[in-house]
Design a protein around this ligand. Structure first.
Ligand code: SF4
Length: 194
């Protein structure tokens, strides 16, 4: 039976499956519309997210909100979760062992929300969802398929804040997301599913 988001959050409470439990302030479960059409998947909580127990509330979150408008979306319509639910110290990269033990929670979140589109933000989320070693630079700008999901890899907003050359590419990718959603909604209407 598919677990609900409430079941998954209860299971996650107090998790000590990896060493990040020693340094976190809060577990950052995820937030948004539980029936979202689009699930955004980031890497791991940063400092603000660790303190606030919510993903994408720092500078990267502000930038993400601006970009969402280019796809015709609001923050309330989407769901956002991370690959890792606890902050790695000093925002270091996630270790493979941490990804392995934490991602069953993300898999359950994907099943519970059952979105049409997964937007993977940055290398770690993209590699995990597409099960690839390829980097984000070669995968962004195209729609990929995995199972029944359309997957759109996009640079992590935090990377684009530090490297302004990524900004126009991010904007192109969010416009592509908007077109993808319009197409999927039109197909659903045609099939009488909307
Ligand atoms: S990162 Fe994931 S697996 Fe590790 S302690 Fe936090 S919730 Fe548990």
């Amino acid at each position: 039976m598919t677990k609900t988001l409430t079941d998954i959050q209860a299971e996650l409470a107090g998790c000590r499956r990896c060493e990040l439990c020693e340094t976190r302030t809060n577990i950052v479960f995820g937030v948004g519309n539980p029936q979202a059409e689009v699930l955004f998947i980031g890497e791991a909580p940063g400092k603000q997210e660790d303190l606030g127990a919510e993903p994408f509330i720092g500078a990267a979150g502000q930038y993400l909100n601006t970009l969402l408008a280019l796809a015709g979306l609001t923050r309330e319509e989407i769901y956002i979760a991370n690959v890792l639910k606890c902050r790695p110290p000093l925002n270091r990269d996630p270790h493979p062992s941490e990804i392995e033990v934490c991602t069953p929670y993300l898999r359950d979140q994907v099943r519970a929300i059952n979105p049409d589109v997964l937007v993977t933000l940055g290398n770690f989320a993209t590699r995990f969802i597409l099960q690839t070693d390829r980097g984000i630079t070669g995968l962004r700008g195209q729609i990929h398929l995995t199972g029944r999901f359309s997957v759109l890899p996009i640079f992590h907003p935090a990377a684009a804040i530090y490297d302004h050359s990524k900004g126009p590419l991010m904007e192109d990718d969010f416009r592509l997301l908007g077109r993808l959603l319009e197409k999927r909604r039109a197909e659903k209407t045609e099939r009488g599913l909307a």
